[in-house]
Design a protein around this ligand. Sequence first.
Ligand code: URA
Length: 204
Amino acid sequence: MTEYPTQEISSCTACRLHKTRQNAVPGRGSLDAEILLLGEAPGREEDAKGEPFVGRAGRLLENIISQVSPGKWQYWIDNVLHCRPPSNDIRKVPDCELTCKQLWLQRGIDSLPNLKVIVCLGLTASSIWFPNLKSHEVIGMCRAVDGKVVIAAPHPAYMFRPGGGEWVKTEIATALELANKLCMDQRLWQQRSSTLRPLALTTQ
Ligand code: URA
């Protein structure tokens, strides 16, 4: 099993974003998690703290998570880019996005041994598995990839943009509920299939 490359991400100098960042931002959470929440890139607060989703969008996300799943809910949270793009504008750094994906995305996924569902938060993450779809087309879509389910949800920051609103919360909550249910169903299926006895063969 691959180990999550926290130290390597923290000291990464593979693209020009290392020159403008305060801190690189590796993922955080439980490496035993069945669910990966994948955002876009660190913003100002994440850059200052070196942790993903600790700013306004992160607080909204935590709020939605606690409503959907009031108990202890384990997840791993990460971004496609691990360094803040200047002015938070990811469109200006497509080369860095590509480098970051090539270096870290699969390693991050492979370091979660129990991973069952990836919830993409926003178009940057969604377009990895749902290319060529626009934001309004992709939200709510699901597909199976390498034995995992990928779900496309809006980014929590949409809530604060023009056109944002309650629908953003509702869509994220729906994606998280589905992710939880899929994990529960798979656990049930695994329990059941390990207790099934082989069918008795009857001779006639
Ligand atoms: N937006 C993101 O996509 N990721 C963060 O970590 C914070 C805001």
